[in-house]
Design a protein around this ligand. Structure first.
Ligand code: ADP
Ligand code: ADP
Ligand code: MG
Length: 674
């Protein structure tokens, strides 16, 4: 076994690899960009080396800088993790040339699977079933349109160099084909530097089922069974599980054999995943699955496989890379119970899952919960930056049965305290408890179909409002007391409200922006606590009393029910975390008639920093509410920004190629026409 391992990655996966490597007695080396100088993975490693500025292209994707770090650290092996250079054949070769062991497949195998069109052709030859479609060289738009007609709609256009769901468009209507083709090509060109696409049949009721394969350098390969990754948004996985619900043993066997055949056909070595799409319209069947692509690396969702097999896949990777034989033969690979993983992202489910950034003001996990594994990429106080994938971490539960695993995971999620950027935590918990999901009634359209139930709209619950009011008043008391102790003038936000005196008897109007919604209510002292009135309508009075500890732990009694919550300061307001849901309370001056929100300022603003890639309107043009006006690229995603109301464009403030800051005004509309 080699002795010093450099992990050419960051975040959750780097931390996870370090954990196993350390257990195996290896010295661990991290690398970091300027944005990550104080990151979790850096703190976890034995040594860490700076490799460049924040943008990935200038750091984590720079082969020369990484090899230089290897030389300085005296590393003898490199683990690429996932993403970044993990599927870059040139990197694998460069490592080998530098005398380093690359913990991954041979460069030739990466290359064989690197492009989806060539991979499909290769798999057809190896008698692995592939999704029907056109994956030849002709990229002429009319020709591809004809092919789509032959395949039969709906079709899927895919970037041959694609990954992470980018450069992919589903087309239902032939009239949209040309437009969608263009947009897929543009996204592919900017993401992968390769505009080529393939066209394939869009499988009905698709389920994404993939097989984990493992091969050694001695001609052996095994399947570590399947994972079901059908719960996706924007073609990207958010919830994964193993085994797949309703998987017949004959189909598991057929898929395992097809995946092993695929691995052997390309001389594979190490961990790999063969992704298939299955047609679930009539239940899972041994002849109802087709090859989509092979990911020649460890995968984000590998922990569910580890949970059901009891194996450590990173340990297997390191041992195979060191030349050992596979530790187990096929008939000895265990399959026990059921495991579910959720990916906790800094993103806003209410805004089409758009990435969210910022400091993690709070990140606490329930203690004492067995059968739950957490693979976190950040700690409380760390920053989710705009430069990289916005994943906060993964939470994995294992149970004897699927329902037990789901319940365990749901319980864990509802005990988590996460605040700062917007996250999908409440969305994940809702999914865990969704009836159709619990029944195993899933396919890749699940999230879109049930979005309304998974992403609660409407305002905060009344009891959350009451908790927020209690937190606000207690915080204000504490601030007042502190400033009086110091003999200062009361701290400004509070000094404005002259009607309130500690221990007084007068009622007071309070105004908050609660998760963006304006809420105006009246509080008056009542016994040991307060009476809160008019939060939603007449007669919805609540009686609240509460106490808060120094670190923001709030205990409140609302109408006789004891509740707990956590309260974290943010700006002049705070974030209240109750039952896994974080709700932001911004404090407004009750004298303000209107709290301006972005929607009614008559301008279209950039939701985050990014690059403008298309402007779809011109001054004077009439636009309808919801019509696309600008397309921008931010955090590696294309985002279409639409008009907030029927209006007329007054001015366009940006051009294609411009780099813009968050909040920058992109387009203004004519006020009087709004
Ligand atoms: P998987 O099936 O393992 O999720 P994906 O193709 O979706 O495979 O991508 C693997 C992971 O790598 C994803 O979580 C993706 O967000 C991440 N990733 C891809 N490219 C990058 C990158 N340039 N920087 C950081 N993370 C990346
Ligand atoms: P990527 O490289 O971006 O991971 P994939 O080819 O693996 O691209 O496809 C990503 C996702 O898109 C799949 O998990 C699946 O949900 C969906 N998808 C891909 N191909 C098809 C298809 N032919 N029919 C239906 N859905 C598909
Ligand atoms: Mg894929």
């Amino acid at each position: 076994m080699f002795k010093t391992l450099l992990i050419a990655n960051r975040g959750e996966i780097a931390v996870r690899i370090i954990r196993t490597a350390r257990r195996m007695g290896l010295k661990t080396i991290a690398i970091y960009s300027d944005a990550d100088a104080n990151a979790y993975h850096v703190a976890e490693a034995d040594e860490a080396y700076r490799i460049g500025p924040a943008p990935a292209a200038e750091s984590y994707l720079r082969i020369d800088a990484i090899l230089d770090a290897c030389a300085r650290a005296g590393a003898d092996a490199v683990h690429p993790g996932y993403g970044f250079l993990s599927e870059n054949a040139g990197f694998a070769e460069a490592c080998e040339k530098a005398g380093l062991i690359f913990v991954g497949p041979p460069a030739s195998a990466i290359r064989a699977m690197g492009l989806k069109d060539a991979a499909k052709a290769l798999m057809e030859k190896a008698s692995v079933p592939v999704v029907p479609g056109y994956h030849g060289d002709n990229q002429d738009a009319d020709f591809l349109g004809e092919q789509a007609g032959k395949i039969g709609y709906p079709v899927l256009i895919k970037a041959v160099a694609g990954g992470g769901g980018k450069g992919m468009r589903r087309v239902d209507d032939p009239a949209d084909f040309a437009k969608e083709l263009k947009s897929a090509q543009r996204e592919a060109g900017s993401a992968f530097g390769d505009e080529r696409v393939l066209v394939e049949k869009y499988v009905a009721r698709p389920r994404h089922i993939e097989i984990q394969v493992f091969a050694d350098g001695h001609g052996q390969a095994v399947s570590l069974y399947e994972r079901d990754c059908s719960l996706q948004r924007r073609h990207q996985k958010v919830i994964e599980e193993a085994p797949a619900p309703g998987m017949p043993p004959e189909m598991r066997k057929a898929m395992g054999e097809a995946a092993v055949a695929a691995a052997k056909a390309i001389g594979y070595r190490g961990a790999g995943t063969v992704e298939f799409i299955a047609d679930a319209s009539d239940g899972l069947k041994p002849d109802g699955f087709w090859f989509m692509e092979m990911n020649t690396r460890l995968q984000v969702e590998h922990p569910v496989t580890e949970a059901i097999t009891g194996l450590d896949l990173v340990e297997w990777q390191l041992r195979v890379a060191a030349g050992e034989h596979l530790p187990l033969m096929q008939d000895k690979v265990p399959l026990k119970g059921h495991a579910v993983e959720v990916r906790l992202y800094a993103e806003d489910p209410a805004k089409k899952f758009f990435p969210s950034t910022g400091k993690l003001l709070r990140l606490r996990l329930p203690s004492n919960m067995s059968h739950v594994r957490t693979d976190m990429g950040v700690r409380e106080g760390d920053e989710v930056s705009m430069f990289y994938d916005p994943m906060i971490g993964k939470i994995i539960a294992h149970g004897e049965t699927r329902l037990i695993a789901l319940r365990t995971l749901r319980g864990f999620l509802s005990g988590m305290e996460v605040a700062g950027p917007k996250t999908n935590l409440a969305f994940l918990a809702a999914a865990m408890g969704h009836e159709a999901f619990m029944a195993g009634d899933i396919d890749t359209g699940f999230i879109d179909r049930h979005l309304d139930q998974l992403v609660p709209k409407g305002g905060a619950e009344l009891r959350v409002l009451a908790l927020g009011v209690a937190a606000h008043l207690l915080r204000r008391n504490a601030q007042l007391e502190a400033s009086q102790r110091q003999g200062d003038e009361p701290f400004s936000p509070w000094s404005a409200s002259d009607s309130w005196v500690p221990g007084g008897h007068r009622s007071e109007r309070l105004k908050f922006l609660v998760a963006g919604e304006e809420v105006m209510l009246t509080v008056m002292p009542d016994g040991e606590g307060w009476r809160i009135a008019g939060a939603r309508e007449e007669g919805d009075d609540m009686l609240a009393s509460a106490a808060m500890s120094g670190d923001g732990a709030l205990t409140a009694t609302i109408d006789g029910v004891r509740l707990s919550a956590a309260c974290v300061s943010k700006g002049a307001g705070f974030i209240l975390i109750h039952e896994g849901t974080a709700t932001e309370f911004e404090i407004a001056d009750p004298m303000d008639v209107d709290v301006a929100s972005d929607a009614d300022t008559g301008a279209l603003k950039a939701p985050m920093p990014g690059k403008i890639i298309q402007v779809l309107a011109e001054p004077g043009a009439e636009v309808k509410k919801g019509m696309a006006v600008v397309v921008m690229e931010a955090m590696k995603m294309e985002q279409t920004l639409a008009a907030g109301a029927d209006s007329v464009v007054a001015e366009i403030h940006v051009g294609v190629g411009d780099q813009v800051e968050a909040g920058a005004v992109l387009v203004t509309f004519e006020e009087n026409k709004v």
